[in-house]
Write a new protein. Structure first.
Length: 303
Protein backbone atom coordinates (compact mmCIF):
# COMPACT_ATOMS: atom_id res chain seq x y z
CA UNK A 1 0.00 0.00 0.00
CA UNK A 2 1.32 3.46 -0.85
CA UNK A 3 2.30 5.83 1.92
CA UNK A 4 -0.36 8.26 0.73
CA UNK A 5 -3.10 5.56 0.95
CA UNK A 6 -2.04 4.58 4.46
CA UNK A 7 -1.93 8.25 5.55
CA UNK A 8 -5.48 8.83 4.27
CA UNK A 9 -6.84 5.76 6.08
CA UNK A 10 -5.10 6.65 9.35
CA UNK A 11 -6.21 10.29 9.07
CA UNK A 12 -9.84 9.13 8.93
CA UNK A 13 -9.41 6.94 12.03
CA UNK A 14 -7.86 9.87 13.91
CA UNK A 15 -10.64 12.26 12.91
CA UNK A 16 -13.40 9.85 13.92
CA UNK A 17 -11.71 9.14 17.28
CA UNK A 18 -11.29 12.88 17.93
CA UNK A 19 -14.99 13.50 17.17
CA UNK A 20 -15.74 11.85 20.53
CA UNK A 21 -13.19 13.89 22.52
CA UNK A 22 -15.92 16.10 23.97
CA UNK A 23 -18.02 13.22 25.35
CA UNK A 24 -18.74 14.21 28.98
CA UNK A 25 -19.01 10.60 30.25
CA UNK A 26 -15.39 9.32 30.36
CA UNK A 27 -16.41 5.65 30.24
CA UNK A 28 -18.66 6.18 27.19
CA UNK A 29 -15.84 8.16 25.53
CA UNK A 30 -13.40 5.32 26.16
CA UNK A 31 -15.84 2.69 24.85
CA UNK A 32 -16.67 4.46 21.59
CA UNK A 33 -13.13 5.59 20.84
CA UNK A 34 -11.79 2.04 21.38
CA UNK A 35 -14.65 0.70 19.24
CA UNK A 36 -13.73 3.04 16.39
CA UNK A 37 -10.05 2.08 16.59
CA UNK A 38 -10.78 -1.67 16.56
CA UNK A 39 -13.51 -1.43 13.91
CA UNK A 40 -11.29 0.56 11.55
CA UNK A 41 -8.37 -1.80 12.21
CA UNK A 42 -10.64 -4.68 11.17
CA UNK A 43 -11.88 -2.91 8.03
CA UNK A 44 -8.32 -2.06 7.03
CA UNK A 45 -6.94 -5.52 7.84
CA UNK A 46 -9.54 -7.47 5.84
CA UNK A 47 -9.76 -4.76 3.12
CA UNK A 48 -13.56 -5.00 3.27
CA UNK A 49 -15.19 -4.70 -0.15
CA UNK A 50 -18.27 -2.54 -0.65
CA UNK A 51 -20.27 -5.67 -1.59
CA UNK A 52 -19.22 -7.28 1.71
CA UNK A 53 -20.19 -4.14 3.61
CA UNK A 54 -23.66 -4.31 1.99
CA UNK A 55 -24.00 -7.99 2.98
CA UNK A 56 -23.07 -7.14 6.55
CA UNK A 57 -25.69 -4.37 6.67
CA UNK A 58 -28.32 -6.75 5.21
CA UNK A 59 -27.37 -9.36 7.83
CA UNK A 60 -27.79 -6.89 10.70
CA UNK A 61 -31.05 -5.64 9.19
CA UNK A 62 -32.39 -9.23 9.08
CA UNK A 63 -31.28 -9.72 12.69
CA UNK A 64 -33.26 -6.62 13.62
CA UNK A 65 -36.35 -7.78 11.74
CA UNK A 66 -36.49 -11.19 13.41
CA UNK A 67 -35.91 -9.73 16.89
CA UNK A 68 -38.92 -9.13 19.13
CA UNK A 69 -39.73 -9.53 22.82
CA UNK A 70 -39.34 -13.35 22.52
CA UNK A 71 -36.55 -13.70 19.96
CA UNK A 72 -33.24 -11.84 20.43
CA UNK A 73 -31.07 -12.45 17.39
CA UNK A 74 -28.37 -9.99 18.50
CA UNK A 75 -27.73 -11.91 21.74
CA UNK A 76 -27.62 -15.10 19.68
CA UNK A 77 -25.04 -13.46 17.42
CA UNK A 78 -23.02 -12.42 20.48
CA UNK A 79 -23.30 -16.02 21.75
CA UNK A 80 -22.03 -17.74 18.58
CA UNK A 81 -19.16 -15.24 18.24
CA UNK A 82 -18.07 -16.05 21.80
CA UNK A 83 -18.68 -12.43 22.83
CA UNK A 84 -21.20 -13.43 25.51
CA UNK A 85 -18.76 -15.89 27.07
CA UNK A 86 -15.89 -13.36 26.91
CA UNK A 87 -18.05 -10.76 28.69
CA UNK A 88 -18.94 -13.38 31.31
CA UNK A 89 -15.26 -14.24 31.75
CA UNK A 90 -14.33 -10.58 32.24
CA UNK A 91 -17.12 -10.00 34.75
CA UNK A 92 -16.82 -13.22 36.79
CA UNK A 93 -13.12 -13.31 37.46
CA UNK A 94 -11.68 -16.45 38.97
CA UNK A 95 -11.99 -16.28 42.78
CA UNK A 96 -10.69 -19.08 45.02
CA UNK A 97 -12.74 -22.21 44.25
CA UNK A 98 -15.92 -20.34 43.26
CA UNK A 99 -17.99 -22.25 40.68
CA UNK A 100 -17.46 -21.01 37.13
CA UNK A 101 -20.15 -19.07 35.30
CA UNK A 102 -21.43 -19.70 31.81
CA UNK A 103 -23.86 -18.27 29.29
CA UNK A 104 -27.38 -17.26 30.39
CA UNK A 105 -29.30 -18.13 27.20
CA UNK A 106 -32.70 -16.85 26.14
CA UNK A 107 -34.96 -19.30 27.94
CA UNK A 108 -34.94 -18.13 31.57
CA UNK A 109 -38.38 -17.03 32.81
CA UNK A 110 -39.09 -15.01 35.98
CA UNK A 111 -41.56 -16.37 38.56
CA UNK A 112 -40.87 -20.06 38.04
CA UNK A 113 -42.79 -22.46 40.32
CA UNK A 114 -41.35 -23.05 43.79
CA UNK A 115 -40.53 -26.65 44.68
CA UNK A 116 -39.43 -28.11 48.02
CA UNK A 117 -36.42 -30.41 48.66
CA UNK A 118 -36.82 -33.48 46.39
CA UNK A 119 -39.55 -31.88 44.23
CA UNK A 120 -39.81 -32.50 40.49
CA UNK A 121 -39.19 -29.64 38.06
CA UNK A 122 -40.43 -31.65 35.03
CA UNK A 123 -44.15 -30.93 35.43
CA UNK A 124 -44.96 -33.13 32.43
CA UNK A 125 -41.84 -32.43 30.35
CA UNK A 126 -40.76 -35.64 28.60
CA UNK A 127 -37.39 -37.14 29.50
CA UNK A 128 -35.49 -39.63 31.61
CA UNK A 129 -35.78 -38.76 35.34
CA UNK A 130 -32.61 -37.35 36.85
CA UNK A 131 -31.89 -36.82 40.56
CA UNK A 132 -29.81 -33.67 41.11
CA UNK A 133 -28.29 -32.91 44.51
CA UNK A 134 -25.56 -30.85 46.07
CA UNK A 135 -24.58 -28.20 48.55
CA UNK A 136 -24.20 -24.45 48.30
CA UNK A 137 -21.22 -23.04 50.21
CA UNK A 138 -19.15 -19.86 50.22
CA UNK A 139 -15.45 -19.87 49.41
CA UNK A 140 -14.62 -20.48 53.11
CA UNK A 141 -16.62 -23.71 52.90
CA UNK A 142 -19.46 -22.44 55.11
CA UNK A 143 -22.94 -23.59 54.09
CA UNK A 144 -25.18 -21.01 52.44
CA UNK A 145 -28.71 -21.46 53.80
CA UNK A 146 -31.67 -20.08 51.88
CA UNK A 147 -29.81 -19.65 48.57
CA UNK A 148 -32.33 -19.28 45.76
CA UNK A 149 -31.59 -21.90 43.12
CA UNK A 150 -33.33 -21.42 39.75
CA UNK A 151 -33.13 -24.38 37.36
CA UNK A 152 -34.35 -24.74 33.79
CA UNK A 153 -33.75 -27.07 30.87
CA UNK A 154 -35.03 -28.35 27.52
CA UNK A 155 -37.18 -31.49 27.31
CA UNK A 156 -35.91 -34.63 25.53
CA UNK A 157 -37.28 -33.31 22.21
CA UNK A 158 -34.88 -30.37 22.63
CA UNK A 159 -37.44 -27.66 23.39
CA UNK A 160 -37.95 -25.36 26.37
CA UNK A 161 -41.54 -24.88 27.56
CA UNK A 162 -41.59 -21.33 26.16
CA UNK A 163 -40.94 -22.72 22.66
CA UNK A 164 -44.34 -24.44 22.66
CA UNK A 165 -47.36 -22.27 21.93
CA UNK A 166 -49.58 -23.62 24.70
CA UNK A 167 -48.41 -21.54 27.70
CA UNK A 168 -47.12 -24.60 29.55
CA UNK A 169 -44.64 -24.24 32.43
CA UNK A 170 -42.37 -27.30 32.49
CA UNK A 171 -38.78 -28.26 33.23
CA UNK A 172 -38.20 -25.12 35.28
CA UNK A 173 -38.55 -24.28 38.97
CA UNK A 174 -36.78 -22.72 41.93
CA UNK A 175 -35.97 -23.99 45.39
CA UNK A 176 -34.07 -22.84 48.46
CA UNK A 177 -31.05 -24.51 50.04
CA UNK A 178 -31.60 -25.82 53.58
CA UNK A 179 -29.75 -24.89 56.81
CA UNK A 180 -26.76 -27.01 55.73
CA UNK A 181 -26.77 -25.48 52.24
CA UNK A 182 -28.15 -28.72 50.78
CA UNK A 183 -30.57 -28.97 47.89
CA UNK A 184 -32.02 -31.82 45.83
CA UNK A 185 -34.63 -32.14 43.11
CA UNK A 186 -35.80 -34.35 40.27
CA UNK A 187 -35.20 -33.04 36.76
CA UNK A 188 -34.75 -34.78 33.42
CA UNK A 189 -31.42 -36.03 32.10
CA UNK A 190 -30.18 -33.25 29.78
CA UNK A 191 -30.10 -33.97 26.04
CA UNK A 192 -28.55 -31.92 23.20
CA UNK A 193 -30.56 -29.38 21.22
CA UNK A 194 -29.88 -26.67 18.60
CA UNK A 195 -29.97 -22.94 19.35
CA UNK A 196 -32.68 -21.20 17.27
CA UNK A 197 -31.20 -21.45 13.76
CA UNK A 198 -34.05 -20.45 11.45
CA UNK A 199 -32.79 -16.85 11.17
CA UNK A 200 -29.69 -14.94 10.03
CA UNK A 201 -27.46 -16.42 12.76
CA UNK A 202 -28.46 -19.94 11.66
CA UNK A 203 -27.70 -19.01 8.03
CA UNK A 204 -24.31 -17.68 9.10
CA UNK A 205 -23.50 -20.92 10.96
CA UNK A 206 -24.51 -22.95 7.87
CA UNK A 207 -22.40 -20.74 5.59
CA UNK A 208 -19.29 -21.27 7.72
CA UNK A 209 -19.92 -25.00 8.28
CA UNK A 210 -20.65 -24.77 12.02
CA UNK A 211 -23.32 -26.72 13.87
CA UNK A 212 -26.02 -24.95 15.90
CA UNK A 213 -26.03 -27.75 18.50
CA UNK A 214 -25.49 -27.09 22.19
CA UNK A 215 -23.93 -29.71 24.44
CA UNK A 216 -26.51 -31.26 26.82
CA UNK A 217 -26.91 -29.08 29.91
CA UNK A 218 -29.03 -28.05 32.86
CA UNK A 219 -29.18 -24.32 33.69
CA UNK A 220 -28.68 -22.92 37.19
CA UNK A 221 -28.91 -19.40 38.59
CA UNK A 222 -27.97 -19.22 42.27
CA UNK A 223 -28.29 -16.11 44.43
CA UNK A 224 -27.86 -15.34 48.11
CA UNK A 225 -27.36 -12.06 49.99
CA UNK A 226 -23.76 -10.88 50.16
CA UNK A 227 -22.60 -13.37 47.51
CA UNK A 228 -21.92 -13.03 43.80
CA UNK A 229 -24.86 -14.26 41.76
CA UNK A 230 -23.89 -17.32 39.75
CA UNK A 231 -25.37 -18.09 36.32
CA UNK A 232 -24.12 -21.42 35.08
CA UNK A 233 -24.95 -24.90 33.71
CA UNK A 234 -23.81 -28.42 34.33
CA UNK A 235 -22.84 -30.56 31.34
CA UNK A 236 -22.89 -34.33 30.86
CA UNK A 237 -19.56 -36.18 30.97
CA UNK A 238 -19.15 -38.22 27.77
CA UNK A 239 -21.41 -35.99 25.63
CA UNK A 240 -19.79 -35.86 22.18
CA UNK A 241 -20.76 -32.19 21.76
CA UNK A 242 -18.64 -30.96 24.69
CA UNK A 243 -15.88 -29.77 22.35
CA UNK A 244 -18.18 -28.11 19.82
CA UNK A 245 -20.83 -26.31 21.87
CA UNK A 246 -22.21 -23.64 19.51
CA UNK A 247 -21.98 -20.86 22.13
CA UNK A 248 -18.65 -21.87 23.76
CA UNK A 249 -20.35 -22.39 27.13
CA UNK A 250 -18.55 -25.58 28.21
CA UNK A 251 -15.95 -25.40 30.99
CA UNK A 252 -14.22 -28.52 32.25
CA UNK A 253 -15.16 -27.79 35.86
CA UNK A 254 -18.86 -27.83 34.90
CA UNK A 255 -18.79 -31.27 33.23
CA UNK A 256 -20.37 -33.74 35.69
CA UNK A 257 -20.73 -37.47 35.81
CA UNK A 258 -24.39 -38.42 35.38
CA UNK A 259 -24.56 -41.90 36.86
CA UNK A 260 -26.89 -44.24 34.93
CA UNK A 261 -29.32 -46.06 37.24
CA UNK A 262 -31.55 -49.06 36.61
CA UNK A 263 -35.28 -49.11 37.32
CA UNK A 264 -34.77 -51.40 40.32
CA UNK A 265 -32.02 -49.24 41.91
CA UNK A 266 -33.38 -47.58 45.06
CA UNK A 267 -34.04 -43.85 44.53
CA UNK A 268 -32.70 -41.34 47.08
CA UNK A 269 -36.19 -40.26 48.18
CA UNK A 270 -38.07 -43.56 47.73
CA UNK A 271 -39.79 -42.45 44.51
CA UNK A 272 -40.90 -45.37 42.33
CA UNK A 273 -40.05 -45.00 38.67
CA UNK A 274 -42.28 -47.68 37.17
CA UNK A 275 -39.65 -49.58 35.22
CA UNK A 276 -37.84 -46.54 33.88
CA UNK A 277 -34.13 -45.93 33.76
CA UNK A 278 -32.97 -42.85 35.58
CA UNK A 279 -29.77 -40.96 36.33
CA UNK A 280 -28.25 -39.03 39.19
CA UNK A 281 -25.70 -36.25 39.47
CA UNK A 282 -24.02 -34.24 42.21
CA UNK A 283 -23.30 -30.53 41.79
CA UNK A 284 -21.71 -28.67 44.70
CA UNK A 285 -21.92 -24.94 44.22
CA UNK A 286 -19.40 -22.45 45.62
CA UNK A 287 -20.37 -18.77 45.59
CA UNK A 288 -17.80 -15.94 45.59
CA UNK A 289 -18.36 -12.88 47.79
CA UNK A 290 -20.39 -10.10 46.15
CA UNK A 291 -18.04 -7.70 44.42
CA UNK A 292 -15.22 -10.25 44.24
CA UNK A 293 -12.94 -9.14 41.39
CA UNK A 294 -15.81 -8.43 39.07
CA UNK A 295 -13.96 -6.23 36.60
CA UNK A 296 -16.25 -3.41 35.49
CA UNK A 297 -19.51 -4.95 36.68
CA UNK A 298 -21.99 -2.28 37.59
CA UNK A 299 -20.29 0.31 35.44
CA UNK A 300 -22.66 1.64 32.84
CA UNK A 301 -22.87 4.60 30.51
CA UNK A 302 -25.22 7.52 30.08
CA UNK A 303 -26.76 7.41 26.62
C1 LIG B 1 -29.41 -22.00 26.11
O1 LIG B 1 -28.63 -22.72 26.66
O2 LIG B 1 -30.55 -22.05 26.51
C2 LIG B 1 -28.95 -21.09 25.00
C3 LIG B 1 -27.79 -20.37 25.16
C4 LIG B 1 -27.38 -19.52 24.13
C5 LIG B 1 -28.13 -19.41 22.98
C6 LIG B 1 -29.30 -20.16 22.83
C7 LIG B 1 -29.70 -21.02 23.85
FE1 LIG C 1 -30.10 -24.14 27.40
Amino acid sequence: MSEEQSRREQDLVDRVVRSFDGCPDPRLRYLVQALVRHLHAYLREVRLTEAEWEKAIAFLTDAGHITDDKRQEFILLSDVLGASMQTIAVNNQAYADATEATVFGPFFVEDSPRIEWGGDIANGAEGEPCWVEGRVTDTDGSPVAGARIEVWEADEAGFYDVQYDDDRTAARAHLLSDEEGRYAFWAITPTPYPIPHDGPVGRMLAAVGRSPMRASHLHFMVSAPGLRRLVTHIFVHGDELLDSDSVFGVKDSLVKHFEKCEPHDPTPDGRTLEGRQWSRVRFDIVLAPAGASEGNRGHSVTM
